[in-house]
Design a protein around this ligand. Structure first.
Ligand code: NAP
Length: 461
């Protein structure tokens, strides 16, 4: 078959059900895995390789030829070769003219080269149509069929028809193509698999730092102080009591930190009198990781629930209950029910249950499968209105639980405030400022600013 006719074939619409031959350069891990998947999907596959000897690893229905010979058999050539070897393609420029070249390569570091691998390939072979695809799918996932979490295949390229052909193959393999635009997007697509939880770094480091701080704070006040001044060894508090203090504190503070950047943004917009100036970088980054902060907060809240539920199973709890009963028996006196205490305990439990229920609702609606099924207004209603309600319930839960100690001098061991007092600072500040922001005299100008009104317009009419 002459090369021009194969190029014509590439651009002609496929009227029959028969799939067109696909050529894969490189019989390495990825080339083999992709070839295997393509054969399963009905594509005839021909490999272009430095060695035409067929090894056991190569899919048995595939052909293995030299690069030039293999390229002539197909309109689409998948380059399953590392970027540093691309120079070997230059002498094949004529054979590859007009063909669709699919660059699937990744790098070892973010922005390793000034231009993306796909753009580099397009510069080496200006007569070919380069499309970037498949680089976010791993050879292992292709081979083992465990593609559930990564069905999406980013595709980009300057030639619309070529991109469409590659997207058709992606679909035929049971994957979902996502058109990312022109080849300029290739750098971003190549960086994608190299990122390590980019949105989670700040929330995770912040949570680790705060957890370590509060844990040590509790160790000092609940174990070391008690040992020194009361000669009691409560070191076993490290297992459940202290984690059950730190978890609710962390959940409450992190939930408040989800809403704090919104408060800062509102204040900045009111101060500037416009929404058309960018927020400081730190605020932009903070806003982008609110979902992650919220999910970590939910994890802490869930741990608090579990720790609380196992409390009656603890030896310390049975000992304390037993001690109370024995002392009543010895004194031959039944303690009357303290109604105030009963009210307080039932109220804080009820507030905690309601707060946790809303917390879970927030977590569920942040899942992509759920958030994709609600409109923007519904999403905002849950995340903003119900989110604030969750913050109010959780703050009230802590206030009712710890309120009785706040004014008692015994709560200030070594002049340090109780951990619950510390945990209320950020949530109370957020709720108070939010309360001020919903006053009509503040809310009205803020709403106008968010609708595009400017106090000092840059471009006056
Ligand atoms: P690999 O196992 O090292 O295979 C690369 C293939 O390139 C070799 O088998 C060889 O095929 C060919 N090759 C090596 N040196 C060459 C040279 N000097 N000239 C011409 N051809 C040469 O690598 P891989 O894991 O399959 O990865 C291939 C590409 O896919 C890379 O760019 C990688 O970033 C990308 N990728 C890989 C994965 C993955 O999970 N492995 C996932 C996404 C993307 P022949 O011996 O047949 O010539």
């Amino acid at each position: 078959m002459n090369k021009n006719s194969s190029n014509m074939m590439a651009l002609a619409p496929n009227t029959s059900n028969k799939r067109e031959t696909v050529c894969i350069f490189g019989t390495g891990d990825f080339g083999r895995a992709l070839g295997h998947k393509m054969i399963q999907s009905g594509y005839p596959v021909v490999y272009g390789s430095r060695s035409t000897q067929i090894s056991n690893l190569i899919p048995k229905d595939a052909e293995v030829l030299g690069h030039a010979e293999a390229a002539q058999k197909a309109a689409i050539i998948i380059i399953a070769i590392q970027r540093q070897h691309y120079n070997f393609l230059t002498p094949l420029a004529e054979v590859l003219r007009g063909k669709v070249l699919v660059d699937i390569s990744n790098n070892l570091k973010l922005n390793q080269y000034p231009e993306s691998n796909a753009e580099h390939l397009a510069q080496l072979l200006p007569g070919s149509k380069v499309v970037k695809a498949f680089n976010t799918v791993s050879a292992w996932a292709l081979q083992s069929g465990t593609l559930d979490a990564s069905r999406q295949v980013f595709v980009c390229g300057d030639d619309v028809e070529a991109k469409q052909m590659v997207m058709n193959i992606v679909r035929a393999l049971g994957l979902t193509p996502l058109d990312k635009g022109s080849l300029l997007a290739a750098q971003e697509i190549e960086n994608y698999p190299l990122q390590l939880f980019p949105m989670w770094k700040f929330p995770i480091f912040l949570s680790l730092g705060l957890t370590a701080f509060f844990f040590l704070y509790c160790v000092v006040l609940d174990i070391i102080y008690t040992y020194i001044y009361e000669n009691n060894d409560f070191s076993f508090f490290i297992a459940i009591t202290i984690p059950n203090r730190v978890c609710p504190v962390m959940a409450l503070i992190l939930l408040a930190l989800v809403y704090l950047p919104g408060i800062f943004a509102a204040i900045i917009q009111l101060y500037r009198g416009t929404k058309y100036r960018r927020f400081p970088d730190w605020l932009d980054k903070w806003m982008l990781c609110r979902k992650q902060l919220g999910l970590i907060a939910l994890a802490f809240a869930s741990l608090h629930v579990v720790f609380t539920l196992v409390t009656p199973l603890r030896a310390f709890a049975s000992w304390r209950t037993g001690k109370g009963i024995i002392s009543q028996v010895l004194n031959n006196k039944t303690e009357p029910l303290d109604h105030t205490n009963a009210w307080l305990s039932d109220s804080y439990l009820a507030l905690g249950i309601l707060g946790f229920f809303l917390f879970v609702l927030l977590g569920i609606t942040s899942l992509p499968s759920v958030s994709n099924n609600v409109n923007w207004r519904e999403f905002r209603f849950v995340q903003s209105k119900l989110g604030y309600l969750a913050l109010i319930f959780c703050t009230a839960h802590t206030l009712v639980y710890g309120g009785k100690w706040f004014l008692s001098p015994s709560a200030y061991k070594w002049y340090l405030p109780n951990i619950y007092i510390l945990s209320l600072i950020v949530p109370c500040a957020v709720l108070v400022v939010k309360f001020v922001l919903i006053f009509p005299c503040v809310d009205k100008p803020l709403t106008q600013i968010r609708q595009g009104w400017e106090r000092n317009p840059k471009y006056s009419k």
